[in-house]
Write a protein that binds this ligand. Structure first.
Ligand code: TYD
Length: 136
């Protein structure tokens, strides 16, 4: 799973003078079925989130409000992506180390996930993650 599989997905946007609408269908707009939704909010300035990789989980990260950066690392390459629009989703495939920082005040980060929460699916130690990548 290399970093090139992670990409910005342009989500459908129904423009309307009453307010815009975006929708996401699992397996259609994103390459997995959605089993869980979680969101980060009330993030204090200067905070960093993430700092882990998933063994099998697929995710879509959306800046529902405000902005933040996602730093991706596949063990060989890194990429910093600034998210600031609720009609763009960042697809993150399994086996990618990610860190989130540079949160603007009032930002909300929504994550759609392909599975329910499972601590056993995490690499929380970077050297353990790197070792697992080398063995693949
Ligand atoms: P974590 O995934 O480390 O957060 P982040 O990557 O955003 O920094 O999760 C933080 C804590 O919340 C951790 O104790 C596990 C718990 N948690 C759940 O119980 N369910 C969930 O769906 C998620 C994402 C986290």
């Amino acid at each position: 799973m290399c970093i090139d599989r992670c990409r910005i997905i342009d989500l459908p946007k129904i423009q309307d003078p009453r307010g815009n609408l975006t929708f996401i269908e699992g397996g259609n707009h994103i390459p997995f079925d959605i089993k869980r939704v979680y969101y980060l909010y009330d993030v204090p300035g200067g905070s960093e989130r993430g700092g882990h990789a998933h063994k099998g989980l697929h995710q879509l990260i959306v800046a529902m409000s405000g902005s933040f950066d996602v730093v991706l690392n596949d063990g060989s390459n890194t990429k910093r992506i600034h998210l600031c629009r609720s009609y763009y989703g960042l697809y993150v495939c399994p086996m990618i180390w990610r860190e989130l920082d540079n949160f603007s005040s009032g930002s909300v980060c929504m994550v759609l996930a392909s599975n329910q929460y499972d601590e056993g699916d995490y690499y929380r130690d970077f050297s353990e993650f790197m070792q697992a990548r080398r063995l693949r």
